[in-house]
Design a binder for this molecule. Structure first.
Ligand SMILES: Cc1cc2nc3c(=O)[nH]c(=O)nc-3n(C[C@H](O)[C@H](O)[C@H](O)COP(=O)(O)O)c2cc1C
Length: 339
């Protein structure tokens, strides 16, 4: 049952980004494990069809975890029963979300203020799952300090969680500064269950350092995978061979077409356009002249205009100026040139 935790590369849950389409793209690029975005226990219980759609996934996405959030152990437990009908590979409880809308209801990272509540939630959730699936908990380092972190980790593991996903920032820190990877090292040293390290992995080099420095069991990539699904393949190559290929602009533009097509098949052109717009800036980061494309795509009223702008960018852009000509890492490029 715990084979999931042998998998090294996890795609983080990213509300508004990691839908079934993007999860499959990341899987095709080497992500081992994916997760749904957070799903409200209250909304599940109220049978909200829009929210229930968040729990749907395709078999190619496996292993996949469905993530729940809430503030009440009984409601979370009822919600988990509903999520289990979708037969995910594991269920995760969100105890890390820092967003105002969530914490004002005492959900997400607000739970980190209340150790008794954490205990109650994990205990009842574990009982509800009844050993049918692994239960994981995704946490931050604390609410406004990490003083209770190790106690919280202890509670979560002793109440039956199979693993902890850990983003080492407090809620107060939101996304500022750098996440404190030393805390991942300490949590790993002080726990008996797998630890999935998360926070600020944006390059294959970061991934290697996180494994080496923290000795965590697996790593999870979030923002670094938005518009860069190739990061998983690059990490795998870098961990195995110490090298990886950079992705050239034409491939990135092709991916935008592909991503849009898949979204359109799933949710229709209008909604697909809304979603793909959020990805244009991340996909085209570093490409010369892409700022104009971003502006135009944001103004595109319909699919036809959007495709037109993308096609004209594809034909007119001076891609030779952006990125490495060979597609190798800059280091590899240099070493080849020297020879
Ligand atoms: C836009 C966005 C949406 C997120 N949605 C979720 C979510 O639904 N559930 C969750 O546990 N974390 C969510 N997170 C947090 C990420 O999963 C991750 O823990 C955080 O971004 C740190 O990892 P990173 O530095 O690799 O991005 C979200 C983060 C962002 C930026």
């Amino acid at each position: 049952m715990n084979d999931i935790f042998d998998n090294k590369l996890w795609l983080a849950p990213l509300a508004g980004y990691t839908d079934t389409v993007y999860r499959k793209i990341c899987k095709s690029m080497g992500a081992d494990v994916v997760m749904s975005e957070m799903i409200s226990a209250d909304a599940l219980i109220h049978n909200n069809p829009k929210i229930k759609m968040l729990a749907e996934f395709d078999k190619e996405e496996r292993p996949i975890g469905l993530q729940i959030f809430g503030n009440d152990a009984h409601k979370i437990s009822e919600g988990i029963k509903i999520l289990m009908e979708y037969q995910p590979n594991f269920v995760d409880i969100n105890m890390g979300c820092p967003v105002k809308k969530i914490v004002k209801n005492n959900s997400g990272s607000a739970l980190l203020k209340d150790k008794n509540k954490i205990k109650e939630i994990v205990k009842l959730s574990y009982k509800t799952i009844n050993d049918k699936l692994p239960l994981t908990v995704k946490i931050r380092a604390g609410w406004n300090s990490d003083k209770d972190l190790f106690e919280i980790v202890k509670i979560i593991q002793s109440e039956g969680a199979s693993a902890i996903i850990f983003h080492p920032r407090t809620r107060d820190e939101m996304f500022s500064g750098k996440s404190n990877w030393n805390l991942i090292t300490k949590v790993k040293e002080n726990s008996t269950i797998p630890i999935i390290g998360n926070g600020d992995i944006t390059t294959p080099e970061d991934a290697k350092i996180m494994f080496a420095q923290t000795k965590c069991d697996s790593i999870m990539v979030g923002r670094g995978a938005i518009g860069n699904p190739w990061i998983f393949r690059q990490i795998k190559n870098y961990l195995q061979n110490n090298t990886y290929q950079t992705i050239l602009p034409p491939e990135k533009i092709e991916m935008i077409f592909f991503h849009f097509k898949r979204l359109k098949e799933k949710i229709g052109s209008k909604k697909a356009l809304q979603i793909i717009r959020k990805f244009i800036a991340p996909y085209t980061k570093g490409i010369r002249g892409a700022s104009v494309l971003r502006q135009k795509c944001n103004q595109a009223n319909d699919e036809k205009q959007f495709i037109k702008y993308l096609l004209s960018f594809q034909t007119e852009a001076d891609f030779c100026q952006s990125g490495s000509a060979s597609g190798m890492t800059p280091q590899a490029d240099k070493s080849i040139q020297k020879k």
